[in-house]
Write a protein that binds this ligand. Structure first.
Ligand code: UTP
Length: 408
């Protein structure tokens, strides 16, 4: 793209200010800015078109496979899952492209030391968990790590320096997720510097298309013959990865996806709840959760919508490929966005000053035909590190690690 083409496209979208300092830039900076403009997805900025999740549609309960049933069939499921892991049919996708703003840690969240008496970073903790499956099955699980342009170099370097925490490096592939521009309240794209558009990771929903755009990752998937991907978040330090019992239960069920869930701690807990919408699996967000849904009961008199997702899903690749080109909803999130003002000064705002745009993984589920809802024990599998203090914080996660006998 040359300057003239950039001018035309920016004018069309009312974003001409992006080139304001173009003539002051050196050749490399000019090239870099033009390439950022070329990659911009302007459809994201059409705030009026954002449907988000939307609450229309017929909501019904989606029954979960509960702990009792899982316990009874554990051996059978585990055998199926181990077999799939042994044949490399299961890969794992670590979502580590987020910015972790609530934790307020200036490095990738996975580099955070969750240890107290020993050094134990979140990345090392996750690899330890994955090694349980490797040790049990005798095979490494192909691991794909999604980073963002902001944290990729630090993340890769950290794994290199730590020798992949003992994991076989040949089974690890990094891929970078796409970025989306941030805007002020009038829809104008913020600039971070004279040659830099303010961009941030485009949410965890873009993981599959970003993975498929990475040639090395696609080659590994084909070489190993991976059919299923277990996707999980970086911040749950009790996360079971490629859990053979979960994998086996989903394969056995004939479903094309599965979601690990925990029983809600209270009807008002702020988690997305599994249900069905217009016959498809769906995750209803806590802010869409009505009193009527809260009060609904199943045949046993238990709350009908009682299982919250913990960001641990398994998908069959074949079906994901079919929905790859569908336009996912874009969620508009109000955030504090550092920017360069009209005097060329860099501002770090104290209050939210605009919007970022994110796709969410939970929107994938509703495009699929079915999903096995699989209950796990909260105390054993759910210790998210989201906040500095309070709920889902460093302290609550440490407490749960201790309870589970993990040395920290
Ligand atoms: P969160 O929704 O908790 O976002 O991510 P975050 O960016 O980590 O934290 P906050 O909201 O700024 O405090 C859930 C999971 O999705 C990943 C995160 O790394 C985490 O594993 N994620 C999130 C991405 O990989 N990319 C994104 O753009 C956003």
């Amino acid at each position: 793209m040359d300057k003239k083409q950039a001018e035309e496209i920016l004018k069309k979208h009312n974003q001409g200010h992006i080139l304001e300092y173009y003539d002051e830039l050196d050749d490399n900076q000019k090239k870099s800015l033009l390439s950022q403009i070329e990659k911009l997805d302007f459809s994201l900025l059409d705030i009026d078109k954002k449907s988000g999740h939307g609450s229309d549609g017929r909501i019904e309960p989606l029954e979960a496979m509960k702990l009792g049933e899982i316990e009874k069939r554990r051996e059978q499921f585990e055998a199926i899952g181990i077999d799939a892991v042994k044949q490399c049919r299961v890969g794992a996708v670590l979502l580590a492209g987020g910015q972790g703003t609530r934790l307020g840690f200036d490095k990738p969240k996975g580099m955070f030391n969750i240890g107290v008496n020993i050094e134990l970073t979140i990345f090392e903790r996750l690899i330890q968990n994955l090694m349980d499956v490797v040790n049990k099955s005798g095979s490494y699980v192909p691991l794909f790590i999604m980073t963002s342009e902001k944290n990729n170099d630090d993340t890769v370097q950290f794994f290199e320096e730590n020798n992949y925490f003992g994991y076989d490096k040949d089974f690890v592939t990094f891929f970078i997720q796409d970025m989306a521009p941030s805007v002020d309240y009038t829809g104008k794209i913020y600039m971070e510097d004279k040659d830099r558009i303010s961009l941030s990771p485009n949410g965890n929903g873009g993981w599959f298309s970003s993975l498929m755009n990475n040639k090395q990752a696609v080659k590994k998937i084909e070489e190993f013959g991976v059919e299923w991907l277990n996707v999980f978040s970086v911040d749950n330090v009790l996360q079971r990865i490629a859990d053979p019992v979960f994998v086996g239960a989903v394969i056995d069920s004939g479903c094309v996806s599965g979601a690990k869930v925990v029983k809600k701690a209270s009807p008002d807990e702020k988690v997305g709840v599994m249900c069905k919408k217009d016959g498809h699996p769906y995750i209803i967000e806590y802010y869409e959760f009505t009193d009527e849904l809260k009060e609904a009961r199943d045949a046993d008199g238990e709350p009908a919508y009682n299982y919250g997702v913990i960001l641990n899903y398994i998908f069959r690749i074949k079906e994901l490929k079919c929905i790859m080109d569908v336009d996912f909803p874009v969620h508009v999130v109000e955030k504090k966005i550092p920017y360069m003002n009209e005097n060329g000064e860099h501002i770090q705002p104290e209050e939210p000053n605009g919007y970022k745009f994110e796709g969410l993984i939970l929107d994938m589920i509703m495009l699929l035909k079915d999903c096995l809802v699989f209950e796990v024990e909260r105390e054993k599998e759910f210790a998210p590190v989201k906040n500095k203090e309070g709920v889902d914080s460093i302290d609550t996660a440490r407490e749960l690690l201790r309870k589970n006998g993990v040395s920290i």
